[in-house]
Design a protein around this ligand. Sequence first.
Ligand SMILES: Cc1ncc(COP(=O)(O)O)c(C=O)c1O
Length: 446
Amino acid sequence: MTVSPPSAETAGSPAGTAVPSAGTAVPSAGTAEPSDRIDVVDLYLKHIGSGRAVMGRVMGGMAEVRSEGAWIHADDGRRFLDFGGYGVFILGHRHPAVVEAVHRQIDTHPLASRVFLEPVAALAAQALAAHTPPGLDHVHFVNSGAEATEAALKLARAHGRTSLITTRGGFHGKTLGALSVTANATYQTPFQPLLPDVTQVAYDDPAGLEQALAVRRDRACVIIEPVQGEGGVRIPRPGYLSQVRALCRAYGALLVVDEIQTGMGRLGTWWGVDAEGVSPDVLLAGKGLSGGVVPVAAMAATAEAYAPFSRDPYLHTSTFGASPIACAAALATVRAMEDENTVARAAALGLRVLTAVRAVCAPYEGGLVCEVRGRGLLIGIEFAEDQAVGELLLELISRGVLVNHSLNSTRVLRLTPPAVVEDSELDLFLTTLAEALHSAAGRMAG
Ligand SMILES: Cc1ncc(COP(=O)(O)O)c(C=O)c1O
């Protein structure tokens, strides 16, 4: 795979269609001249990892070099409609307002001395806190979702809540602490021993949670997703989150709600907990907070929960955490979501996508497809066989559409389109999905 970014004339090319690029190439390190073509697969093989290199080849051998809105452009001139992005791109790629804010920040003060106070961090915290559930006014910015989980687990420990309760199928990141509560043996086993005293309970099972809490009175921390994303878009029964809240109160447990995937409008509400009016002690945000531009995540907490971090600003720090550039992206993202009514758009578009995807999948239900489910713009297609997920992924890629598998569920294909998708893009997605299903079903039957 040799990289050359698409030229201006390829920008409007149809999905997955190869358009000859002008042949400009990615600049090599140390040169300003875009003259050297690079073999990305070879560099991955040599320097990043053979597994990722092989996967790149399986996915078609393209390298992605540019993005905008719902589209990703590859080095060979093709472009791909991005209905995946692991839930990051609620505002699409490179939302113009976020790009502009980040440019401005780069031109003025991208990274801080950490000696003085930083206005953009303060404003971003204020902007986010305006939308967090009541009482969650304190915000700690970090660089990734897993780091937000780490912050929450440390905060729980600072309160003596050392006994961690997570849910089967739950995903909270892959750093060592976060991995301890990510219920996936494939990722955990090579790194054992992880944090001690972690219990997994069934998701959507308040009775099981109560049993676990009853023997851990005043020393538990419960971490839970409002809808399990990586767990395969598992939506709990109405009332579950309220019951979890009540149980945590009754047994003196700290409640951490991980909204890294479900938050920032993804479910058609600012946060998944909004559907039940639940206010956790700690809420985690990430992914969409980036505005599709700069990696940033956050932990929001009540004053009481946050107290240890509030008292001692050096208790939990990171050099790049809450950097002005990341906070500028977060601030611009929240403002863009307010200005563009993103949450309401996600709710309305989500309903349309879910209904339409159900209609496209209907002929396969009871056979290849088991169920189509979703809330807002987090939609899962559950297949009868593991193999179908890979088949569909590749069928869709070959036709110019990107979606995701689910890390903790082998049979669920995940759709997380941006809220900025236009009618023509949705139509294109649905036509392509129908073709891909037809082709995959035919191949799997044969
Ligand atoms: C619910 C949830 N929590 C945590 C994470 C980890 O976030 P990151 O990959 O940014 O570390 C993810 C990532 O998919 C997630 O979906």
